[in-house]
Design a protein around this ligand. Structure first.
Ligand code: DP6
Length: 359
């Protein structure tokens, strides 16, 4: 499937001004995306659970302008003007301009807010870029009434990917695949697609409690980390491992095999960080408390029947994953034994969710 399909024909309608508002969630990868080629093409397929409560809400207010020389936009986070967000959005606009030729025709006011604290160490790029992509697609749809619902979501995911790779997995729920995989029909490097197979009831309403170990800015951005996979000594093995892990997950998700699920999910998390530790330059994003929590989780699992496990994204925070029926016991364990490792005792309770919504 080619990118040509996302270049629109001349628009049929005209719209002078208006606004569109979307909320879009974050997502947590079980099979990780780490390493990309040019144009935000992933080196391997990834699979994520969409989250429910960690969301970005974006209101895009637009008005037609005369001069079409430049992009014109301003960004507000919780009513504060955020000029430091502008370079990332400018880069995004440049990348997607060929697919959204109206971008220079409007002045945009982008009002955005997150349901999670900005300085929580939770990346807002997945929820933020997907919310913005959806607002822009709403404008495209107003300019061309023929856009179908299916194409709308596909192109929004395609655009979100160009803003931040993992953002293309945030639009739908509850499980999303991004990146071509031989056994998953319809999977694509260009956009995220809903996981097409049966998922066992064990994974319904799966819980994710995010332990905020370090709320600071991370020292190494994901983009830099992805680039360090070029020439990485273990890169090609890692990329084929991701394909294999995803193949195995298909059976595991179908059978509801929680023990096998834990093995893949924790191994993926540790492999992601192992790639960081073995790149040149090398770096470590985990903190001592990240490791303390991992040991505690392993200890708890050994002394109980719990199917609790952890995953990590590109930072020190720990996502604690567990089936819904364990919520009461695991929350007790978290409060009694894990909260002490969280910065200011902070954590966020979330669960699997169903994707973005127009407001
Ligand atoms: C570790 O999507 O933030 O969370 O494409 O450069 O914006 P860019 O990177 P980003 O990378 C996320 C990496 C990850 C794993 C994952 O979500 O699959």
């Amino acid at each position: 499937m080619s990118v040509q399909q996302f270049i629109p024909k001349p628009y049929t309608a005209s719209v002078k001004n208006g606004s569109f508002k979307w909320s879009s969630p974050s997502n947590i990868a079980l099979v990780k995306y780490w390493g990309k080629k040019e144009d935000q093409i992933p080196e391997n397929p990834s699979l994520s659970f969409t989250l429910s409560d960690c969301k970005t809400i974006t209101n895009l207010i637009f008005s037609e302008k005369q001069n079409q020389d430049n992009f014109s936009f301003e960004v507000f986070l919780d009513d504060d003007k955020k000029d430091d967000f502008k370079p990332k959005i400018e880069t995004f606009f440049k990348r997607v301009e060929v697919f959204l030729p109206f971008l220079r025709h409007y002045h945009f006011k982008i009002e955005t807010s997150n349901t999670f604290p900005h300085s929580s160490g939770i990346a807002s790029s997945a929820s933020g870029m997907s919310a913005l992509a959806l607002c822009l697609m709403s404008l495209e749809k107003a300019l061309n009434n023929e856009v179908s619902d299916e194409f709308f979501i596909k192109k929004a995911s395609f655009l979100a990917r160009l803003g931040s790779g993992s953002a293309c997995r945030s639009l739908e729920g509850d499980t999303v695949v991004w990146g071509h995989h031989n056994e998953i029909k319809g999977s694509s490097d260009l956009f995220g697609t809903k996981y097409p197979f049966e998922v066992h009831d064990n994974f319904k309403n799966y819980q994710d409690t995010i332990l905020l170990v370090d709320k600071g800015e991370k020292q190494v951005s994901s983009t830099v980390g992805h680039n360090l996979m070029h020439g990485h000594p273990f890169a090609s093995k890692r990329f084929s491992q991701a394909h294999k892990n995803l193949s195995n997950l298909i059976t595991i998700l179908n059978d509801g095999d929680l023990d096998a699920f834990i093995k893949i999910v924790e191994s993926e998390a540790l492999t992601l960080h192992a790639m960081m530790m073995t790149s040149m330059p090398y770096f470590i994003l985990m903190k001592p408390n990240t490791i303390e929590i991992i040991y505690k989780i392993w200890g708890y699992r050994e002394t109980s029947n719990s199917k609790i496990c952890f995953t990590l994204d590109a930072g020190a925070n720990v996502h604690v994953l567990y089936p819904e029926y364990e919520t009461e016991s695991v929350m007790k364990f978290i409060k009694n034994e894990l909260v002490v490792y969280c910065q200011n005792g902070h954590y966020i309770c979330d669960k699997i969710g169903f994707g973005a919504k127009q407001l």
